[in-house]
Design a protein around this ligand. Sequence first.
Ligand code: GCU
Length: 138
Amino acid sequence: RAATDYQAEDATISQGTVASNHTGYTGTGFVDYTNTTGSYVEFTVSAASAGTSSLALRYANGTTTDRPMNISVNGTVVATGVSFPATTNWDTWATKSVDVPLNAGSNKIRATATTANGGPNLDRIGIGAAADTQAPSR
Ligand code: GCU
């Protein structure tokens, strides 16, 4: 099934700003994390049923240094130090996917920078079926 997208610029932002000074983003902009540990973006997402979903984060990192983040769901860290490596420049976007456990109904997904560089620029997230539960394509 198709992923459901949530734009970062519409999410709750702590220590970051909505920006549009690079190309290639979707929606009306992206989040530029403040260059500090603990800066985060939190999305409220809806799941039809409880279970594991694939969380895809579309990001850019125009530096040569990884910008790792912790991913938490409903207050619990479910993926630690997820790598957001260089994407050549700030106009080039890549997708990082991690599996996350969701409850049925509303969930809070937070992506928190774990280094003083802050997070990468974050365009949006997508929530889809986890790879191992997806119906085979034909
Ligand atoms: C540059 C770039 C920003 C980016 C920032 C950073 O200022 O233009 O988009 O967020 O570097 O290092 O995080």
